[in-house]
Design a protein around this ligand. Structure first.
Ligand code: PEP
Length: 247
């Protein structure tokens, strides 16, 4: 049985005050949900306060990024240990905005995934092709390489989560159709089977991300290999995120 995970990525949105009032409302709206993992990933400045507000609730705390080193001269960066100290459980790694805006490559992302796992965090490794790559018939190649390079040298995968986020669907309002998404999730499971083995691959939750909303969640989540979602825009509002959580 794979865990169903509904994750909200707030990106660079919300002050501490806004974050607290959002999670106060969200806690009430989803307090009866017990069959899935719910998590919010606020900006770094709000992590600690949101973590305190979430104590004792059924909502977990996630970070949007981290550095792979334990400490040192890395101005502006945050380590896995620092995240753990304030109660962070999950960390999003290799998000397409990190890859494309901040030029993170698979080798850097691989170091981060290794550190996250060895530190006891649950990494959500994001993969996905651009529109140009899809139109040039390179989707399979791009996604497979992001997985094999991003997961190179990793043996302990018990906390690993994968998110398939086609770049052309992130923040654009264009969602992959449920069958388009399922097709790539099946491919991802096959690649994970080749990297690890089929039994391990069957146990890894693969989330879909890209313009998920209350109106399209049901069809997406009903696919066999879609084990949850990573939500950007629609996770900023407690009511719309709670409707996705309750799908
Ligand atoms: C994301 O940021 O991971 C994402 C999927 O964003 P959106 O839901 O806004 O497309």
């Amino acid at each position: 049985m794979r865990s169903i995970i509904i994750a909200g990525n707030w990106k660079m949105n919300k002050t501490i005050g806004e974050s607290i009032s959002m999670v106060k409302e969200l806690k009430t709206l989803v307090r009866d949900i017990g069959d899935r993992a719910i998590l919010v990933c606020p900006p770094a400045t709000a992590l600690s306060s949101v973590g305190a507000e979430l104590k004792g609730s059924n909502i977990s705390l996630g970070a949007q990024n981290m550095h792979f080193e334990e400490n040192g001269a890395f101005t502006g960066e945050i380590s896995a240990g620092m995240l753990k100290e304030i109660g962070v459980e999950y960390v999003i790694l290799g998000h397409s905005e990190r890859r494309h805006v901040f030029e993170e490559d698979d080798s850097l992302i691989n170091k981060k995934v290794k550190t996250a796992i060895s530190s006891g965090l649950k990494p959500i490794l994001c993969v996905g092709e651009t529109l140009e790559e899809r139109e040039n018939g390179r989707m399979e190649d791009v996604v497979s390489t992001q997985l094999s390079d991003g997961l190179g040298g990793i043996e302990d995968i018990k906390n690993l989560v994968i998110a398939y986020e086609p770049v052309w669907a992130i923040g654009t309002g264009k969602t992959a159709t449920p069958s388009q998404a399922e097709e790539v999730h099946v491919l991802i499971r096959k690649v994970l089977g080749a990297i690890f083995d089929d039994e391990i691959s069957e146990g890894i939750s693969i989330l879909y991300g890209g313009s998920v909303k209350p109106g399209n969640i049901k069809e997406l989540i009903s696919q066999d290999n879609i084990d949850g979602v990573l939500v950007g825009g629609a996770s900023l509002d407690a009511k719309s995120f709670s409707e996705i959580v309750k799908c």
